[in-house]
Design a protein around this ligand. Structure first.
Ligand code: NIG
Ligand code: FE
Length: 411
């Protein structure tokens, strides 16, 4: 089955397969073809170009996109979308002045979510996650990472990862699973944290790996959670089982997580609301992708990642949602792209590059998604009739996406 899209006002993010990420000044360049055509066959993009160069070939279907823009679907490389329940009571506590840490200390936070998850069946967790994923696909997300980390026991971590496995089989988008057993120290181990870390290293990681339930490993490297040394040990234990690190670092404090991540060949280091010159210098010499999560900063009222400093230092940057019930109850990548422009002072070109090309890199999916490229999956979105791609972040809070194609099929 071939489908030819014609009269595309702007075909956005047109790349060669050899390009896997953009950094520094190049992030300000978004390659586009005006008045374009695009040809897809089955699941794949096979050709595109200017309408002036379209030689009429026989195709099964022709779709006229006059006035509309086409761009690759967003890639969301950091979510905690499998969870038991919302936490709006903590949201109200925060409005009244409590901090994320104070809320955690009075029984909220990650341990609150972990407690609620123990009582949920796999089926309930699955159904709720399906509803959330259906919603984010409609807002343009075409690839996704999902973390465990609200289990914090062998059984519950496995339960979460089984749910993610089922979600991978359910949806027509690539989904990657990350094991985040080191998300918080469970109350039971408060006085004996080494015991929990040993449990992760000696029992949970080997079991997760033997059941092939995770692609990546994550640690919340932060004061009050896991130190840089502990993070290093956990990542090394994961590496023995082939788990690649994608870690939470520098959300509130820089405690050495960037260095540990880079030294352990992390695919990405995420959050970075706090960033030292040393962290930046380490990142600039690495293949690790920094990931900013601006809707988390927005929701918690904490500083935004210094995207200008990162990009102006010739380092790449990706964007993701961090969708979770505590710090970011939203999986809307359009809002993330808007916030990146408004709060991180990224240009629309930089933000779109960060949410597509660089986000695909942070998922290790550059060969399949993240750009309009011959041979990549036909995962793309068609906008409403809008003047330019600048309208997407400008029109924040509204949906400018009209149609979504995944694997060449309209969703
Ligand atoms: O990325 N920082 C650690 N983990 C999540 C928040 C988890 C929660 O509060 O439930 C985050 O913000
Ligand atoms: Fe997170």
């Amino acid at each position: 089955m071939t489908t030819l899209f014609i009269n595309i006002k702007e075909l956005i993010q047109v790349r060669e397969l050899s390009e896997d990420k953009v950094y520094g000044k190049d992030m300000g360049i978004l390659p586009i073809i005006k008045n374009a055509f695009m040809l897809i066959k089955g699941h794949t993009i096979i050709d595109f170009g200017s309408m002036d160069n379209l030689s009429l070939k026989k195709t099964d279907k022709v779709v006229d996109l006059t006035g509309k823009l086409v761009l690759p679907t967003w890639c969301d490389s950091h979510t905690h979308i499998v969870y038991a329940d919302s936490r709006e009571d903590e949201f109200v506590d925060r409005i009244k002045g409590l901090s994320y840490h104070e809320i955690a200390e009075k029984g909220g936070g990650i341990l609150n979510s972990a407690k609620k998850l123990q009582d949920k069946t796999e089926d309930q967790l699955y159904k709720d996650a399906v509803t959330r994923i259906e919603e984010i696909i409609k807002s343009g997300t075409g690839a996704l990472e999902i973390k465990s980390g609200y289990g914090l026991t062998l059984d519950s971590e496995l339960k979460m990862l089984q749910v993610i496995k089922k979600l991978k089989e359910t949806f027509p988008i690539p989904i990657k699973a990350t094991f985040l057993g080191a998300h918080a120290i469970p109350s039971k181990y408060k006085e004996n944290r080494e015991e929990y870390i040993e449990l992760i290293i000696n029992n949970i990681i080997p079991e997760v790996a033997s059941q092939k339930l995770a692609d990546y490993i994550d640690v919340f490297c932060e004061k009050g959670y896991f130190s840089a040394e502990e993070t290093d040990c956990i990542l090394k234990a994961g590496a023995i089982h082939g788990l690649i690190p994608k870690i939470h670092v520098n959300q509130f404090n820089s405690v050495g997580g960037v260095k540990v991540g880079v030294n352990n060949n992390a695919l990405s280091v995420d959050h970075l609301e706090v960033l030292t010159d040393e962290d930046l210098s380490i990142l600039s010499k690495s293949d690790t992708m920094p990931v900013a999560l601006p809707s988390c900063s927005f929701f918690l009222g904490i500083p935004y990642t210094n995207a200008r400093k990162i990009i102006d230092s010739n380092v790449p940057l990706a964007l993701a949602t961090d969708f979770n019930p505590g710090s970011t109850p939203s999986g809307n990548m359009n809002f993330v792209v808007s916030l990146a422009c408004i709060k991180l002072k990224m240009t629309p070109e930089e933000a779109i590059n960060a949410a597509t090309m660089n986000a695909a890199y942070a998922l290790n999916l550059s060969e399949k998604i993240g750009s309009i490229t011959r041979g990549k999956l036909a995962n793309f979105m068609i906008t409403k009739s809008i003047k330019s791609y600048n309208f997407l972040p400008y029109n924040f809070g509204s949906n400018s996406i009209e149609r979504i194609y995944l694997n060449g099929i309209e969703y």
